[in-house]
Design a protein around this ligand. Sequence first.
Ligand SMILES: [Zn+2]
Ligand SMILES: [Zn+2]
Length: 372
Amino acid sequence: MDCCGYGHAPTPRSLMWPAMLAPIGAMLAGSVGPLGSTAAARTAETASAALDVLRKSISVDVHTHGGKTGITSKAPPNEDLANAMRAGSLAVACLADVPDGPILGRNAQGVLAAVRVPEPGELYRHHLERLTWMDEMVASHGLRRALTAADLEAAHQAGQPAVIADVEGLDFLETKIERLEEAHQRGIRHVQLVHYTPNDIGDFQTGAVTHQGLAAFGAEVIRACHRLGFVCDVAHATEAVVRQAVRVATKPLLLSHTALSESRAMCPTALTGRQVSADHARAIAETGGSIGVWHFFPSLEKYVDGLKEMTEIVGVDHVSIGTDQHVTPGSVPDYTRWVHLVAAMLRGGFTPEETGKIAGGNYMRIFRAAVG
Ligand SMILES: [Zn+2]
Ligand SMILES: [Zn+2]
C-alpha cells in the first residue's frame, strides 16, 4: 500500500500556495458587505489572515466522513473531497470508515443507533470493503494517504490534500487483535474504540452500560494502539471508559467529535447524549490530548462560540476541529467552508497562533506522539 497514490511532483511552496489561495481571498473579501464598506474591509482582512494561518500550519479535520460522496456514501471513489479541500485550503482530513454502518438506523428519538445484531464477520467484511474504496480514492483521486507526520508535512508543502485513514468504532475486531495489526498494514493510523454497537472494548455513551467502563480487551486494544502506532480516539465512549482509558494510556488521547454538555452555542439539540461534561473533557486534556468539537451549530459564528466554550474548560492546547462532516447538516457542509471557519475564528477573537493550534496543531502533536 502506498502513501502517495497520486503522482505529483512537489511544487515549491512559494509558487504553489499564493496561486491556490488568491482566489479564495477574493471570494471571501466579496462574501460580506458591499465593496468598500467597513464590513468588506474587515472580512478581507480576516480572509487574508486566515489564509496566512493555513499556509503556515497544517490544518486537520480530526473526524470526518468526507461529505455527501464520502466514505459512508454509496458513491464510487471520486474527486469531490480533494477538490473541496483544495478550494477551502484544508490540508488534512481524518477520513473515517464506519464498520457498523450497515446496521445503523434512527431510533424513536431520531438518534442513530444499531437496529439489529450483526452477523459474525459482517462488520469486518464491510470494513474491508471500505478500505478497498479508500485505496482507490488515494490511488486515483488526488488525495495522499499519510502514514507518518513527515508525509503530512510533505503533502502540505506540496499543496496537496492528505487523508489520515481512520476507523470509527473497532466493532470489526471481534476480539481478534490481529485485525488491528492488519488495519495498520492497510494504512489506518487513527482508530476510535467504540461507536453505536455493543462490543468487547467498552461502553458507549448512547447504549446500555454492560462493562462498567473499559473492558479488559479494551485495555489490551489501547496498549496495542500505542505499540502499533495509531492515534487512539475515545469519542462515543462513556466518561467511565475515558477515566479508565486515561489510566491505561501512556500517550495522548483524542476525543474527536463532541461538544460541551449544555452547550449554549449549540442551541436545543438531539445530540445531548453525545456531549461531554467539563470533567470528561479535562480527563482527555490531562493526557496531553485534545477534544474535537463537531460542526453541528447553526452558524460559523456559533461554531466559534462552541470552540470557545471548550477552550474555556481545557485551554487552547487541547481543542481541535472534528466536524463529523457527513450528510447530516452542519455549519461546514463541505470543505469550501474551511477557510471561512478559520476566518470566523480570527474574527471571533482567537489569535492566529491559537487558531493554528485548534485548526490542526494540537492534532499534529498527538499524531507525532502516537504514530511518529
Ligand atoms: Zn461519531
Ligand atoms: Zn462520525
